[in-house]
Design a protein around this ligand. Sequence first.
Ligand SMILES: [Zn+2]
Length: 129
Amino acid sequence: MHEFSTMQQIVAAILDEARRQHATAIYRVSLEIGELTFLGEEQLRFAFQILTEGTLLAGAELTIETLKTEVRCSCGYRGGVDYGLKEEFHLSFPLLKCPRCGGDVDILSGRECAIKNVEMEVPNAGIEK
Ligand SMILES: [Zn+2]
């Protein structure tokens, strides 16, 4: 399960940071996930719930922001791509092509999987933003 192992790394990174800062509570976690990661939001939330049980992160609010894919082509095109049907998209990985000229493109965004923000209670330092 892709989502589970990804979330495992995210949760471990946040807990590490919380320990380092001697945080006493974590209120909110914001993640940025590119749509090309094929990570399902529901599965991520489920994994978060399981993995944070009994940790400082238990009960923290999880915000997931999905980042659209953006590509750049040598013809000058820059923008989104059209995948067609979502269902098909999951079955076979499509080659990303320029919607204007059909050429190969550079992927500018869509593969991110980042912790954007963590709000935690750090004694003598207030809320870390
Ligand atoms: Zn092009």
